[in-house]
Design a protein around this ligand. Structure first.
Ligand code: ADP
Ligand code: MG
Length: 240
């Protein structure tokens, strides 16, 4: 049984069809990297899975739930999402940023939420910065706080949309290390990324989106070294 099952997904913005019959299944514990040109529909796909966009056709089942307006609260408890922009609360410390959503969404008692937050900050290598405010943290540190915050809600599926794209190059590695550690720990992940080296190492499967469709998918090695379709051949050449 896949933990994410997408069938014939269609999404339009006005007259433009942005997702044009996407079929995709993700198994529990699988790490799927989604690649493709800008505008091919990668972000929209992730946003649909998390219920941030209303779909126009087809279906999405995540963690056994049909993603639809009436199930959004439950879906978002199972499906976490991390974005390119960290979106931390500026007036809260790193620890408070990780603790607060647990208190609001899961009604976790404050002391328990803070203890969880401390443990998660340790996991992302930020114990020493627990009391720092976001403005005092580097981009890489802020993104690691955002990862800890997402994990605090104990998602079954984690969606990551270009989470290293806004970072200075020297900070990309520390964030990807945390993601790779999560992948090894069995977290089900769908991540949109331009980091092909990382995708090759950490992903079980690559999915290449082109013009709103899944154009090609397979193991990273096969996809990148022997692209079968012309759009993927062009894409691989363009990133060399
Ligand atoms: P990617 O993440 O692969 O770069 P997106 O999913 O962001 O692609 O966008 C796919 C297409 O949908 C693009 O043509 C984009 O301009 C369009 N699009 C995305 N979001 C919106 C929106 N909220 N309103 C109108 N068009 C949008
Ligand atoms: Mg995008």
């Amino acid at each position: 049984m896949p933990i994410v099952e997408i069938s014939c997904l269609r999404k339009q913005f006005g007259q433009a069809t942005v997702l044009d019959g996407v079929d995709l299944q993700v198994a529990e514990g699988e790490v799927v990297a989604i690649i493709g040109r800008s505008g091919s529909g990668k972000s929209t796909l992730l946003r649909c899975i998390n219920g941030l966009e209303r779909i126009d056709g087809g279906s999405i089942v995540a963690d056994g739930m049909q993603v639809q307006p009436s199930s959004l609260r439950a879906v978002r408890r199972s499906v976490g999402m991390i974005f390119q922009s960290f979106n931390l609360f500026a007036h809260l410390s790193a620890l408070e940023n990780v603790a607060l959503p647990q208190m609001v969404i899961h009604r976790t008692p404050k002391a328990v939420a803070r203890a969880n937050a401390a443990r998660l900050l340790e996991r992302v290598g930020l114990s020493a910065r627990a009391d720092a405010y976001p403005a005092k943290l580097s981009g890489g540190q802020q993104q690691r706080v955002a990862i800890a915050r997402a994990l605090a809600l104990e998602p079954r599926i984690l969606l990551c949309d270009e989470i290293t794209s806004a970072l200075d190059p020297e900070m990309v590695g520390e964030v990807l290390d945390v993601v790779a550690e999560l992948a090894r720990g069995g977290m089900t992940m769908m991540l949109v990324t331009h980091e092909m080296g990382f995708a090759r190492q950490a992903a079980d499967r690559l999915v290449f989106m082109h013009a709103g469709k899944v154009c090609e998918q397979g193991t990273p090695g096969a996809m990148l070294d022997h692209p079968a379709t012309q759009p993927l051949q062009q894409f691989v050449q363009s990133i060399r």
